[in-house]
Ligand binder design. Structure first.
Ligand code: 13P
Ligand code: SF4
Length: 328
């Protein structure tokens, strides 16, 4: 078999040179104002959507923003379903809209609530730490929630005598076990996109850019994490690249992350993490949201996240615990 020849994709800083707003973007900005809506956008959304956001960030930052959205009447969430659901859990009096209700998450799907309930019935002593990438039903069964941005901090605060079950991401869970020295049982879930990064192709990228620090999201497998200069959440990637004296970075996470980096950080280069078959790695769920669907959602005020109040209040307990522990 011949050696693969993936052409690495390099994102240069925009240095303030942004294209003019499109008519759809103009409409979004107008509707947002009319509706008194706040637009919360995850780092993996396309550049067109990031551009019109009120806040772009990681799951942790977005949860705090959703909780703090006191003045807005409506929260429009451009991300995936569990993120919009989290906004509803922390701020139930707001109407929460998600442009595409089918925008799911393979990690969330890998932990059905009935299976976790059965596990807990068989192991009643376990202390469940749930990564925020899970359904409201799974959150309601958890003792505390974490994100990739605070997972170590949260697990460090779990009482030492507790046996921890980490759901649903086995990769983040094993990274946290390494970081904290805690013995942690892992749920066998994973992100279909982050497990695709290729050690061999990243090693080639390191050869091509030998001075470039490698930033890896903790949802990646251990072999990929072992190549990192830093393993961190998407928001910490922004801070790291801003504060580093390096001028080029290899970014091992969903490729739209590089749009945020190039738009916010001047005079630097960002190399997209390659898989075995492609220079890019986009999350098909995050990609379901488009500027047109966002415009339609704001215009028609649908689809809306709705939730039974009993479920919401149960899911809020471990989420509130996370928001408090994360500030300590
Ligand atoms: P962050 O919280 O680091 O943004 O990650 C969210 C996510 O879904 C990663 O795949
Ligand atoms: Fe879920 Fe993975 Fe997509 Fe993140 S990148 S939303 S973990 S499927």
């Amino acid at each position: 078999m011949s050696e693969s020849s993936i052409q690495l994709k390099v994102f240069e800083s925009a240095n303030g040179n942004l294209p003019p707003l499109t008519p759809v973007q103009e409409e979004i900005l107008r509707l947002k104002k009319e509706r008194k809506a706040v637009l919360l956008v995850h780092n993996y959304q396309c550049a067109e959507i990031q551009r019109v956001a009120d806040f772009v960030g990681d799951s942790l930052g977005l949860s705090y923003q959703a909780e703090a959205a006191k003045d807005a009447e409506i929260i429009v969430f451009c991300g995936v379903h569990f993120m919009a659901e989290t906004a509803k859990i922390v701020n139930p009096s707001k109407k929460v809209l998600l442009p595409v209700m089918e925008a799911g998450c393979s990690l969330a799907d890998s932990c059905p609530a009935e299976e976790l309930a059965a596990y807990k019935a068989a192991h009643p002593e376990v202390y469940v730490v749930a990564y925020i990438n899970c359904s409201a039903e799974v959150k309601a069964l958890a003792d505390v929630i974490c994100t990739s941005g605070n997972a170590k901090k949260i697990v460090d605060q779990v009482p030492a005598d507790k046996e921890i079950l980490f759901v649903p991401d086995q990769n983040l869970g094993s990274w946290v076990a390494d970081q904290t020295g805690r013995k942690i049982s892992l749920w066998p879930g994973s992100c279909y996109a982050h497990v695709l990064f290729s050690v061999k192709e990243i090693e080639k990228a390191k050869k091509a850019f030998p001075k470039a620090p490698v930033l890896v999201h903790p949802e990646c497998v251990a072999g990929v994490r072992a190549l990192a200069d830093i393993v961190c959440s998407t928001e910490k990637m922004v801070d790291y690249c801003k504060n580093s004296s390096a001028d080029t970075f290899i970014i091992i996470t969903e490729t739209n992350m590089l749009e945020r980096l190039r738009n916010e950080i001047p005079n630097k280069k960002f190399v997209a993490g390659p898989t075995a078959v492609c220079a890019c790695n986009e999350c098909k769920f995050m990609k379901m949201n488009t500027a047109e669907k966002l415009r339609d959602c704001l215009r028609d005020m649908t689809p809306e996240i709705t939730m039974d109040e009993d479920l919401r209040s149960r899911a809020y307990i471990p989420l509130k615990r996370m928001l408090e522990w994360s500030k300590r």
